[in-house]
Design a protein around this ligand. Sequence first.
Ligand SMILES: C[S@@+](CC[C@H](N)C(=O)[O-])C[C@H]1O[C@@H](n2cnc3c(N)ncnc32)[C@H](O)[C@@H]1O
Length: 396
Amino acid sequence: MGADVNVDVSEEIVNRLMELMRRGFDRKKILQVLGSTVSREEFEEAMEIAAARLRSGDKFSRDDLWMDLEGLRYATHEVVARYRAERLRRTGVREIADVSCGVGIQLIFYAMVVRHAYGIDVCPRRLRYAVKNAEKYGVADRITFINADSLDPKTVEAVDADVVYSDPARPPNAPERRLEDLMPSPLLVYRAYSGKTDSFIFDLPPQMERSRVPWRGEFEYIDLNGSLNRLTFYTEPLAETERRAVLLPRGVVIDRDPNLEPIVEVTDEPGEYVYEVSPAVDRADLINELFHAAGGQLKLLLREKRRTLATGDEVLDDRYFKRVYTTVAVVGFHPVRINEVLRREGFGRATLRVSVPPDRYWEIRKRIERGLSGDRRAFVFKVGDRALILEEAERG
Ligand SMILES: C[S@@+](CC[C@H](N)C(=O)[O-])C[C@H]1O[C@@H](n2cnc3c(N)ncnc32)[C@H](O)[C@@H]1O
């Protein structure tokens, strides 16, 4: 189903489909139940909305939002949308234009903290959903919706805002992460709206090299539940620091501070505790700042593309970290040796946090877990040629 479908379905049909899907009815059976009460087009549209609602999990506080499946994938998680809106509130901004609003989640949370907002999207279907969603959250009367290309001079002309925000669509198969490939490209948005404001907020692909961004400002990396969720760039007038890591939902903030003494030392000997560094802190290159904020005597144990570990002998505030572990054992990295330790220590399962070729992962994991029983879970990391066997500590 394309994103340009133009049929309007009722809340009632979508609710009915959700109910049937929940009861395990497949497409064919649902069609039979509905008979000729809906057109084919309405059926397809309602099926997709119902599927998106059922798949949205804990992304939103409501389960009655309007979105297609791609709109759901793109939509900002509500916890992130709320955090960024609170940040905007602090700046005292009065009007904001979201020039690629999609189904409108970030737009809606921004609208809650400003006097007036614009929601622009080139896709008629998404914009229609954004309007309905804004009504549900009770902010539709504060938003001017425009269904147009936000780069069209006529659209630019119609907008009068202190801040321009864009969360562009990302082409799925772009080999490199470049501003030019995003839709709309932040480079073009900046050029189109720079006569109106110099305050821009852009969502960028979190893995993008910072050197690709041609403006001065702040890079804010946001983790949600321990995974890197967003990279938001704020141009200079809105910047509060040079780089920031935000760990949600706990709300811990770590800022770049060039005046801090460099204290990061590397070790290959794990202490009593091992601390897994949040990806936002890692991507923002704020490990020194993290070590200062967390206090205690931390050392850097491992820094790989997908995981970074610190270690020490003290119990530190766990809010600063993705996970905290206690060290169980260190042995040569061999599945049989690891398995011996796991059996001896009474572990029933092991999670491998090791860079191994995907086709070998299950074979290694099977050998490591052979003959184990029970619920206790170990985590296995590889440092040099040794296996680090850890157990997750209780969070405070
Ligand atoms: C990543 S989604 C936005 C998601 C939104 N921030 C949310 O929280 O739900 C990007 C949107 O940009 C829109 N878009 C792409 N190019 C555009 C353009 N030139 N003008 C207006 N909208 C555009 C797409 O239709 C898509 O809905």
